[in-house]
Design a protein around this ligand. Structure first.
Ligand code: ZN
Length: 299
């Protein structure tokens, strides 16, 4: 059975692009008779706020998207991430990195003849384990990772070229995004990850981490982004509206759902509806791959 999830960071209100991703993940799970859960990715302490997360949960509920399980908050799950790091240490898959910010800047700006991009070059790979006193990185095996994307078809990346050995733990005690995502998808038995195309580039790295932890690989779908009418990212300036701001402009949750459902190929034209009405029409084959602009009238 499909277990889909939506996992925003509570660093702001959900804009239409986020809501579209949430709806797509919910529809995909529901259309196959599956379940859907919500998780708050709040490991990045200072930028995350509980009240923003709660506002996100409320906005999703206003659209009819409610988690089948209590919402999981990553900030309360540190023990699981620590346990995963110990497993990785025992399997000799992580190593301490003592590079300072300045070291990393120098490494990043050094010329790379065969286009090593700005990937971490593994400078500390030979360092001995020093517990949780140092930052920790995953030792990536060589080679590309291929995966099937529900929307984009077969995808392939070399995470060593993209990022190099990813940081999993920071010296200040924070667990990195990749670790929390992969550990939680595994612990919650998530089978389908639907997220924005801006996260496509982290997939190969996360698959490598799943492999290192012996976790199953979920299916992936990376959706096009909702953009400002001029094509720029839907940042704060260009209208990260949130449902309440839309409501103040007279745009109801049903109107919003109609537009989102239409943008996902479920409706011939954007007309108000409820989330449940979209389920029978949802089909990945009809979801457009492209980015799409926010309606002019909603800015
Ligand atoms: Zn290092």
């Amino acid at each position: 059975m499909t277990l889909g999830r939506f996992a925003p960071s509570p660093t702001g209100l959900l804009h239409l692009g986020n809501l579209r991703t949430a709806l797509a993940s919910w529809l995909s799970a529901r259309a196959s008779g599956g379940r859907w859960i919500l998780r708050m990715e709040d490991v990045d302490g200072p930028r995350c706020h509980r009240d923003l997360g709660e506002a996100q949960v409320r906005d999703l509920a206003a659209l009819g998207l409610e988690s089948d399980e209590p919402v999981a908050w990553q900030s309360g799950r540190s023990a699981h991430y620590r346990e995963a790091l110990i497993c990785l240490h025992e399997a000799e898959r992580i190593y301490p990195c003592t590079c300072t910010r300045k070291d990393l800047r120098v490494l990043a700006s050094a010329p790379h003849p065969e286009d090593g991009l700005r990937a971490y070059p593994g400078r500390c790979r030979a360092r001995p384990w020093a517990g949780f006193e140092q930052a920790l990185r995953l030792r990536l095996p060589e080679g590309t990772v291929a995966w099937g994307d529900r929307l984009l078809g077969t995808q392939e990346d070399d995470p060593a070229l993209l990022t190099g050995d990813p940081l999993l733990f920071r010296r200040d005690g924070c667990f990195a995004y990749h670790l929390a995502v992969v550990v939680d998808d595994g612990a919650q038995a998530v089978t389908e990850v639907v997220r924005g195309a801006d996260l496509r580039s982290v997939t190969a790295t996360q698959i490598r981490l799943q492999e290192a932890l012996g976790l199953p690989r979920p299916a992936y779908a990376h959706l096009g982004l909702v953009r400002a009418p001029n094509g720029s990212r839907l940042g704060k300036r260009a209208g990260a509206l949130g449902l309440e701001a839309l409501g103040a402009r007279g745009i109801t949750p049903e109107t919003c759902l109609g537009w989102l459902g239409w943008s996902l190929g479920c409706l011939d034209r954007p007309e108000p509806c409820g989330a449940g009405e979209l389920i029978p029409a949802f089909d990945w084959a009809r979801v457009p791959r492209r980015d799409l602009p926010l309606p002019e009238a909603w800015i």
